[in-house]
Design a protein around this ligand. Structure first.
Ligand code: PLP
Length: 434
């Protein structure tokens, strides 16, 4: 299978280049040349399969012409070595818990798969591959842990000094081995700018093999479609008119769901649920896509003013507003709504939501209230203990630190501190490798 760019200036790109380059040379995002639906046979048998088997079948559907089935099977089974349970909350409403991975956020799925795929595709090269990733928190921890000890790959995590939460910082600064944390004296925007400049710098790219692991990489996007199949399989064959609510920021997660639907997965509708950074719900309402600077909220992993994967969604629907609206609804949640939802669901349902999941819950509950024939699930994108301050304030209860996070908290922070300039980063990277 080959890939093209959403900016349409690049075509027929093979899988290896798509994964190693991340972004197309024309600045667009890579999309597969064709998305062929599964045969009805697949859906007949899907309900009897487990998560890893389903994931393998979906991976094979996309990558089977490029990678031998046995290698792909190992990659998918390794990636998904933790459960993704569907939990019934009340009435026709369910939650798909994506926080049982090593860093307790859904980004573990994409990051773990990308690490294995990139390692596999570059295995025969004599040069080490250097992954640069800028983070404001969750991405850095998922990527660092996903790539931890993968042979032939070194990861540099750029993060703003003092601006990520202590527990998030521990998740990518305590690993050591092939993970180097770069503590930048600046903001997240500085980190992102420095990484972008590095990818564009000729001298640096001549010296080092550089690649990006942010969410625009197809290797992080496609594996996210696995768990939509698994969610529907757990809803059971009899479930009808399934609606799926996805808390969204850069729109990678929901884009993976829409790809699953295009493969024939019976999801009736998606709800794009955002905090007050409501660029996409705005587009759904009036057809105008108007990016603007993001506003800080308590669901901060979704504070995005120009959602990068929106270009892929438009491509999927031939840029037709009408076609997008036929599959996707929008929903917007204020910080007050988020706090109230966390409190009410904890008090009445004994279920603890994180601020992002609360946006998904509210979107779905609202939708199901108006559509008595529908049922559905929302994606819980992170464990509530990752956002203790907000969740403890909303519920008035102390949240114990799960074992997985406590282990990171006990580790020793190791970082290299750098000024927020590209020259400083370049000098650091060049000298490391002489
Ligand atoms: C990254 C993230 C999101 C947003 O996902 P997108 O794919 O960018 O839409 C939502 N919740 C949490 C906890 C996240 O880390």
């Amino acid at each position: 299978m080959t890939y093209f760019s959403t900016n349409r200036q690049t075509r027929d790109v093979p899988l290896k280049d798509v994964i190693v380059k991340g972004l197309a040379p024309d600045g667009g995002l890579f999309m597969p040349e064709c998305i062929e639906p599964f045969s009805p046979d697949f859906f007949d048998s899907m309900y009897g399969m487990g998560l890893q088997e389903i994931a393998f079948r979906v991976a094979l559907h996309f990558f089977g012409k490029d990678i031998p089935a046995s290698d792909l099977e190992k990659m998918t089974y390794d990636t998904l070595n933790f459960p993704i349970p569907l939990v019934h909350l009340h009435d026709r409403l369910y939650v798909l818990e994506l926080f049982h991975g090593p860093t307790m956020a859904f980004k573990d799925v994409g990051a773990r798969f990308m690490a294995r795929l990139l390692g596999y595709l570059t295995e025969r090269e004599d040069r080490e591959v250097n992954v640069l990733v800028a983070t404001s928190g969750d991405t850095g921890s998922a990527v660092a842990n996903g790539f931890f000890k993968v042979p032939g790959i070194r990861v540099f995590v750029l993060y703003p000094k003092g601006l990520v939460s202590p527990i998030q910082e521990k998740q990518f600064t305590t690993l050591g081995e092939n993970i180097t944390a770069l503590e930048i004296n600046g903001t997240f925007d500085d980190c992102q700018r420095m990484a972008k400049q590095a990818f564009a710098d000729e001298a640096l790219n001549e010296r080092l093999k550089l690649t990006s692991a942010n969410s625009i990489n197809w290797a992080r996007l496609l594996p996210q479609s696995f768990y939509y199949f698994w969610g529907v399989a757990q809803m059971g064959k009899k479930a009808d008119h399934i609606v799926c609510a996805v808390p969204s920021g850069n729109f990678g997660n929901i884009c993976s769901g829409l790809i699953a639907k295009r493969l024939g997965l019976p999801i009736h509708r998606f709800i794009a649920a955002t905090n007050i950074n409501d660029i996409v719900p705005g587009y759904l309402a009036d057809g105008k896509f108007q990016p603007r600077p993001s506003v800080a909220t308590i669901a901060n992993a979704m504070d995005v003013g120009n959602p990068s994967n929106f270009a892929r969604i438009l491509e999927l629907y031939d840029r037709s507003h009408k076609a997008v609206c036929a599959d996707v609804d929008g929903f917007v949640c204020s910080d007050d709504d988020i706090r109230t939802t966390i409190r009410e669901i904890f008090n009445h349902r004994k279920y603890l939501l994180d601020p992002h999941g609360a946006v998904g819950y509210k979107a779905l509950d609202n939708y199901l209230g108006k559509h008595p024939d529908n049922c559905g699930f929302f994606i819980e994108t992170a464990h509530p203990a990752k956002f203790t301050e907000v969740v403890e304030a909303a519920t008035g209860t102390k949240i114990p630190l799960p074992e997985k996070l406590a282990r990171f908290a006990a580790g020793t922070k190791q970082t290299e501190e750098l000024p927020a300039t590209f020259d400083a980063l370049k000098e650091f990277l060049m000298n490391r490798h002489t």
